[in-house]
Design a protein around this ligand. Structure first.
Ligand code: GCU
Length: 592
């Protein structure tokens, strides 16, 4: 997409597009616009010049258009394009999506077009007019289209571009597949003129019996009656909006059953405002730190974690559905986890809500992954938007315990400023969760015979996380059971990544890294688990990663073939020997 057009589109469209702030879209009256959309692959970005979004048809004998949305490529929405056509496996560029849909806008109602995510950037056109745009491949956005809709047939065009750029987040290189497309649900949401736009219903950060409530109506009108009813508690908050359409308050209840991994209690909550009413199931829990311990509801918890990408390896495509969430989460549950690090970006809402029902704590993060341009103000603003959009979508999800702001960033004054601005942005919205970042800066100090890390930025975090690949990228400098760590000894430390690659079914020497064997991977896991016993402030571990996943820079022609093979489970769902080692380790941890 040409930069000049895109930035112009941003200026024009930013007036009407907005980061999604309609809370709990799945609890609304909506029509899914999923299905097979028409598509035009535009490698040279000529669609703008040709105005394909006008979807013109020849009207006279001399008219002609060198495009048509009819009779060409069709792509499933939601879904990445890479897994839908062999020619698009590596495609990075623009694809124009188009579809008709019927609308019956009624007086007294608003119609909101909502995208769960589009990867990576997009412009939205309705009936030939640019109405919005968004950048960021993993967070939702919405556009109020009430005044743009026609009664009856409407034509929606989404110009999607997934080209990697230096100023993007993530930037030019990252260790996962650069999937492009309309990758999550698209909906047309119908709401009353003045609707319950945003609400937070959340247990106080430190109190076990106070539920804080903030409700914002869509219109800044005073005097609107608002109520929050928590069935099962027999409690209800009633209030009246102020001149900004807002109302806050709290509910106190001594018999609240708090959500916890071994008892994921959720309550039916109804938020009513004027003629609007929204329902969803919400859990209430405290999470915090005490010295080097992570506390859930005041009890120390060891985080038995695992990561997974938002990818279904068997389909070689992005995960987006309830069925996909079920497959990924069941495999994690069988490992014995009580936490999942959703790497390295916010994942779809089905996964988040299902994890909550299953009692799995979540670490969600934005893809500030390694080589980000920390000197670029526009890049910083994008990261802040992504963080805001992530928190806005999931702030009522008690399963989310951690917000992650970075992965493996190199220390510099610019990086520190950039990340501090993210922490300030997050904490301005949500102080009830723990802020974390993953670092790969732990070194072995030969003089002190200790593993140490020197990154003062960690002082700004609630929990410090370390990615360390002992036995894979780093040979052991001493016997694993003699390895002692001295890393942020006064804070909880999570080993957020460790592991090594193995091709399922490949046997070989457990002493030879390049054997890419299950035997070597199993030995590597036993060695790392032995080392973890000597980390005094260890509060959790997270093997990298649950499933083998696709990555364009995993070149080895027989062991990798474009796959990162660090999975405990192969791309075909086969559990490797290391899976059983982790399962036994977590069983012991759970029963301690
Ligand atoms: C890094 C990074 C991961 C990557 C992993 C690997 O730590 O955080 O995204 O996949 O190492 O090299 O396999």
């Amino acid at each position: 997409m040409k930069r000049i057009i895109y930035s112009l589109a941003l200026i024009v469209a930013s007036l009407s597009a907005s980061a999604a702030s309609i809370t709990n879209v799945y609890g609304r009256d909506y029509k899914l616009l999923n299905g097979r959309w028409d598509a035009i692959v535009d490698l040279y970005d000529q669609g703008d010049r040709m105005k394909v979004y006008e979807n013109r048809k020849p009207a006279t004998a001399t008219d002609f258009y060198e495009y048509s949305f009819d009779g060409g490529l069709r792509l499933e929405v939601p879904g990445d394009w890479n897994s839908q056509s062999p020619e698009l496996k590596y495609y990075e560029g623009t694809v124009w999506y188009g579809r008709h849909f019927n609308a019956e806008p009624r007086p007294g109602e608003r119609e909101i077009l909502y995208f769960g995510s589009v990867s990576y950037r997009c412009n939205i056109y309705l009936n030939g007019r640019l109405i919005g745009s968004h950048e960021g491949g993993f967070t939702p956005f919405e556009i109020d289209v009430t005044d743009d809709l026609k009664i009856g047939d409407n034509f929606l065009v989404v110009e999607v571009n997934n080209r990697r750029t230096k100023d993007a987040i993530p930037a030019l290189a990252f260790d996962w597949w650069n999937y492009g497309g309309i990758t999550r649900d698209v909906m047309l949401v119908t709401v009353p003129d003045n609707y319950v736009r945003d609400y937070t219903v959340q247990l106080d950060r430190s109190k076990a019996d106070v539920i804080n409530i903030d409700v914002t109506m869509s219109q800044p009108v005073a005097g609107v009656n608002v109520s929050v009813d928590i069935a099962g508690l027999g409690k209800r908050f009633d209030g009246v909006t102020d001149a900004e359409g807002k109302v806050s308050g709290s509910i106190k209840s001594k018999n609240l059953k708090r959500w916890a991994p071994d008892a994921p209690v959720l309550y039916d909550v109804t938020v009513t405002g004027g003629s609007d009413a929204v329902k969803e199931r919400i859990g209430f829990r405290n999470i915090g730190v005490d010295g080097t311990k992570i506390l859930i509801n005041g009890e120390p918890q060891f985080m038995r974690c695992v990561s997974f990408h938002e990818e279904i390896p068997q389909r070689m495509g992005r995960a987006f559905s309830k069925a996909d969430a079920t497959m990924l989460l069941n495999e994690a549950r069988d490992l014995g986890v009580n936490m999942i690090r959703l790497a390295h970006y916010p994942q779809n809402e089905y996964t988040v809500r299902m994890a909550e029902e299953m009692g799995i704590v979540l670490w969600q993060e934005i893809p500030v992954w390694q080589g980000i341009d920390f000197t670029d103000d526009a890049t910083r603003a994008k990261a802040q938007s992504m963080l805001t959009e992530m928190i806005q979508r999931d702030k009522n999800r008690c399963a989310v315990g951690f917000w992650g702001v970075a992965n493996e960033t190199k220390p510099s004054p610019e990086r520190d400023d950039f990340l501090k601005s993210l922490l300030a942005t997050g904490r301005a919205i949500d102080t009830t969760r723990l802020y974390v970042a993953a670092f790969d800066l732990v070194e072995f100090d030969r003089d002190r015979q200790l593993f140490t890390m020197n990154d003062p930025f960690t002082d700004n975090l609630d929990v410090v996380a370390v990615n360390k690949y002992m036995g894979w990228y780093h040979p052991w400098p001493l016997s694993p059971d003699k390895a002692v760590w001295d890393v942020n000894p006064d804070k909880p430390l999570i080993i957020s990544e460790f592991g090594g690659e193995a091709l399922f079914g490949q046997s070989g020497s457990s002493d030879v890294t390049s054997s890419w064997s299950e035997d070597y991977q199993a030995r590597l896991y036993r060695d790392n688990l032995a080392m973890f016993e000597n980390i005094p402030n260890l509060a959790g571990v997270s093997p990298w990663i649950l499933f083998d996943f696709r990555s364009p820079f995993r070149f080895h022609p027989t062991n990798q073939e474009g796959w990162n093979r660090k999975g405990l489970v192969s791309d075909r769902g086969q559990r490797k020997k290391a899976w059983y080692i982790m399962r036994d380790y977590y069983n012991k941890k759970r029963n301690r």
